[in-house]
Design a protein around this ligand. Structure first.
Ligand code: PLP
Length: 355
């Protein structure tokens, strides 16, 4: 595992080479096996990646225990979200989202002329208010799409699986659940579970959205996938281009899925980095939302814009504003060594009352 202290050889960040802890990227870089596979595929850049896409689709189908027709590959989960809304939205479909969540759902709803967007207030401690989400669906006569990010972004919080599954299994009329589990592999709370087994068991009201961007550190390669019924996956596929992925990206994904060691490293590195940041926040007496992701949503005692600027001056890019959580900063997790460095900067600002 990478160093958990700042070593003498650590290269301090600069304006040109900042520590990017603003976009929930994985700081490790792609699996070495994934990198090698991508490099090799570049030499075959003249060929369409038909076979590779089929192979990846089958591997993902096996992982979820479903048929290949239940899996759609996409250019990142973002394109999966676009495809899902394209397939399922009508102008009278209501979108139900927590007021603080990943923006792509709302953007896709607007692009599909969905007129009713219901944003459900968070609880006091920035959790998703499941009962209020349910009420928003129940109170609307027309169809609803629930875009549900679990664990959530930007809060990093999970919703308990028992409650989420009970709601989905109750099959609210004319309601589809788009379950975005981009960060699921980083969750350590035992009450979290993926909805994947529900789809395997035949649920027809779920689209599961997944990505290679986070655990697999492949955000720049743009590979995601969706899992649902064959009928929904077919409709979603009609909304995006065929052969939408590059051979290099798909080959990297295939190789990365076989690299158990990298997956373990990715999780362990994230845990170690998270521990350093949480210890620092505890030392600074700054509240935070318990994190089940590769970022932490924490309180500030100073305006975010001022803090962002001070961190930027130190070569560290932290997250943007997420209203209405105006006193909070979303800090993604770098490597443990980077976070040890970030901790020094944060503690230093703390001494000056600037965090
Ligand atoms: N879903 C969530 C919840 C995210 O936070 C993000 C990106 O940060 C994405 C999807 C986008 O993933 P991708 O890079 O696969 O498009």
């Amino acid at each position: 595992l990478a160093k958990t202290e700042v070593s003498p050889t650590f290269k301090k960040p600069t304006a040109d080479h900042p520590i990017r802890i603003c976009w929930n990227e994985n700081p490790l870089g792609m699996s070495p096996k994934g990198q090698a596979a991508a490099r090799e595929m570049i030499g075959q850049g003249n060929l369409y990646p038909f076979m590779e896409m089929k192979t990846l689709q089958k591997m993902l189908a096996d992982k979820h225990g479903v048929a290949p027709e239940c899996v759609l590959l996409s250019a990142g989960a973002t394109q999966g979200i676009v495809a899902a809304f394209g397939a399922l939205a009508t102008p009278d479909t209501q979108l139900v989202i927590p007021e603080l969540t990943f923006s792509a759902g709302e953007e896709a709803a607007i692009d599909n002329s969905m007129k009713k967007i219901t944003k459900v207030k968070m609880t006091k401690d920035w959790q998703i208010d499941l009962e209020a989400m349910k009420k928003a669906v129940a109170d609307y006569d027309g169809p609803s799409i629930v875009y549900f990010v679990n664990p959530n972004n930007p809060t990093g919080a999970i919703c308990k699986a028992d409650a989420v599954e009970a709601w989905i299994k109750s099959k609210p009329a004319k309601t589809m659940f788009l379950m975005d589990e981009a960060y699921a592999e980083f969750a350590s709370d035992p009450t979290f579970r993926s909805v994947s087994p529900l789809i395997k068991d035949g649920a027809d009201n779920i689209v599961l959205l997944k990505t290679f961007s986070k655990l697999f550190a492949m955000a720049g390669m743009r590979v995601g996938w969706s899992v649902s019924t064959p009928a929904i996956i077919k409709k979603m596929g009609e909304k995006i281009a065929n052969n939408n992925l590059t051979g290099a990206s798909v080959s990297a994904a295939i190789a990365s899925m076989k690299d158990d060691k990298f997956m373990e490293l990715s999780r362990a590195s994230n845990e170690a980095a998270r521990k350093i940041l949480l210890q620092t926040l505890d030392a600074l007496k700054l509240d935070y939302v318990p994190s089940n992701t590769n970022f932490v949503f924490h309180k500030l005692n100073v305006p975010l814009a001022d803090y962002q600027k001070r961190m930027k001056d130190a070569g560290i890019w932290v997250g943007r504003a997420f209203p209405p959580a105006d006193e909070y900063c979303r800090c993604s997790l770098g490597t443990p060594e980077q976070m040890a460095y970030v901790a020094q900067v944060m503690l230093d600002l703390g001494k000056k009352g600037l965090i």
